[in-house]
Design a protein around this ligand. Structure first.
Ligand code: FAD
Length: 508
């Protein structure tokens, strides 16, 4: 529950400029005591947290809901509702639509673009009380679950049935499947299992007028016209509230293995990826890039099992390779011969490699990769750019950003401390993190639009997997054409004419 603990931190030192202006929320109303009286007819008192109610909730209890995981975005909501059923969600939404009250759907609040917290005092609708598995069929592998199920709990649920969720990410102890779907989360298994646009089979969604759209089918094939569910995957709560998810779970691999490779220079990553794909072929399930600076931060903050310092002297970056297959001996043999051929090559692509030899070591190597986001957040305030660029540009993006900040005299202890890169090589997804002593207007002005222009110059995407949220609404045009944005706005207006659903997010 690491993310929860961080999310609970009270925020006092953040500059006021991070409270967004009311401009995006024109025409919406605040929750009143009359609204609360209505909600009390729908929900038990234990499902209502409000600083407005007669037995007012202390505002400190609302802080974890109003502040995001990074302590960067801060809302001022007076009211959090925690419905237990789709019917309750529907009744709340119908009332809010009539009263024109903005709603922010909230899952585990681990999102990294400020999408899950209010801009002002919108009502927060938390899915935390909707956390039941509805059904699982171990023949087809189809899992149907409430949107509020925590990703790790679904993983635990499926384990005895020899299946896994086709999605894994560092925030799995807190994020919810509804939040994953709503952000179209990518994560660590995308290379093997593809995106949620493929593995989600159906959704149940409460639309902005309160109507329940039941598309919770569990069919692998269904070509009956427009595939509406796709609109809600990655909509970040702007088109409706996901209340149920049907997803195709994957058979659990019989054997998983991993190896951490240290590379003398970044230029070796691309040839290494080619070689690893060639040798491991069908058992390759992850290929994750970690630059030296962020590796050192992970080690400093005790994430995972560090490699022997002597062995990695001079290493410029690291790659974590995972295999998942049906036969342990066969996979181990493949990994061993890969390592051997890499080490014995005339011009070795790697300095060294550490192969996990037990489940504990396997987890410890993954913990380095999964702990990077947290290590960065312990080091300072991170500006996070989650971008898609060609693989051979990963290091160039990091280096150019660092040089740019240096040229602005912002690269020192009191401003930007580190510029680091890590990410999912197989998906062309780089996490560029600029770690600063504090969030300041100067640093932000130096980074934006610089980073977005750089990404656009490679015809990349300004958001590979974290979404747009409130952070990147103004930058959407770097990755979407005016025609695309116009049609996105038309779709939003069609579903949500009153603009109550997660106002101020995604669209400029
Ligand atoms: C340590 C860490 C590691 C991460 N690693 C990855 C990674 O590898 N890959 C990746 O893609 N992301 C990653 N993320 C970010 C990722 O987007 C989120 O962790 C996750 O997908 C969001 O789920 P959540 O339940 O926390 O949603 P929240 O943060 O609560 O919400 C995110 C957005 O979805 C909306 N939303 C939430 N639930 C619903 C719902 N039921 N219906 C409609 N809208 C809803 C919210 O309004 C908001 O716009 C990471 C985050 C952390 C903190």
């Amino acid at each position: 529950m690491l993310s929860r603990q961080l999310a609970r931190r009270v925020v006092l030192r953040v500059p006021r400029r991070w409270s967004h202006s009311p401009a995006g929320l024109t025409g919406l109303n605040s929750v009143t005591e009359e609204d609360l009286a209505h909600f009390a007819k729908i929900l038990p008192s234990s499902s209502i947290l409000s600083t407005l109610s007669p037995s007012a909730t202390p505002s400190s209890e609302l802080e974890p809901f109003n502040n995001d995981w990074m302590d960067k975005y801060h809302g001022k909501s007076t009211t959090v509702l925690k419905p237990r059923t789709t019917q309750e969600v529907s009744e709340i939404v119908r009332w809010c639509n009539q009263r024109k009250i903005g709603i922010v759907p909230q899952g585990g609040n681990t999102g990294l673009v400020g999408g899950g917290v209010p801009i002002q005092d919108e009502l927060i609708l938390s899915l935390a009380n909707m956390a039941k598995v509805r059904s699982f069929d171990d023949v087809s592998g189809i899992l149907v679950a409430d949107a509020g199920c925590i990703l790790q709990s679904l993983t635990d649920y499926l384990a005895p049935h020899h299946h896994i969720v086709p999605l894994d990410l560092g925030a799995k102890g807190s994020c919810q499947i509804g939040g994953n779907v709503s952000t179209n989360a990518g994560g660590l298994r995308l290379l093997r299992y593809g995106s949620l646009h493929g593995s989600v089979l159906g959704l149940e969604v409460v639309l902005p007028d309160g109507t329940v759209l039941d598309q919770l089918t569990s069919l692998r094939k269904d070509n009956t016209g427009y595939d509406l569910k796709q609109l809600f995957i990655g909509a970040e709560g702007t088109l409706g509230i996901v209340t149920g998810v049907s997803i195709l779970a994957a058979p659990a691999p019989q054997a998983s293995n991993n190896v951490m490779l240290a590379l003398p220079k970044f230029e070796n990553v691309q040839p290494l990826y080619k070689e690893v794909k060639r040798q491991l072929s069908e058992v390759l399930s992850a290929f994750e890039f970690i630059d030296r600076t962020v590796y050192d931060l992970a080690v400093k903050h005790g994430q995972g099992r560090a490699l022997n310092p002597q062995d990695i002297e001079g290493a410029e970056c690291f790659v974590l390779v995972e295999t998942s297959g049906g036969n342990r001996e066969h996979d181990e043999q493949k990994l061993n011969s890969l390592l051997e051929s890499l080490m014995l090559a005339e011009e070795p692509l790697i300095n060294t490699g550490v192969l996990a030899s037990s489940p504990a070591q396997f987890s410890a190597l993954w913990a380095i990769r999964e702990g990077l986001t947290e290590a960065v957040s312990k080091e300072g305030k991170a500006y996070k750019y989650d971008i898609s660029v060609p693989l051979n540009k990963f290091q160039e993006v990091v280096d150019k950003t660092r040089e740019h900040l240096r040229s602005k005299d912002l690269l020192h202890e009191n401003a930007v401390k580190y510029v680091v890169g890590y990410g999912h090589v197989g998906d062309g997804n780089l996490h560029l993190n600029v770690v600063a002593a504090a969030y300041t207007p100067e640093i932000e002005a130096a980074l934006e639009p610089f980073v977005y222009e750089l990404v656009a110059s490679y015809r990349g995407s300004i958001s590979a997997e974290h979404g747009i949220g409130v952070m990147k609404t103004h930058a959407l045009q770097y990755s979407k054409s005016p025609t695309s944005i116009e049609w996105m706005k038309k779709i939003k207006a069609l579903f949500d004419p009153n603009g109550i659903m997660n106002p101020g997010k995604v669209l400029p």
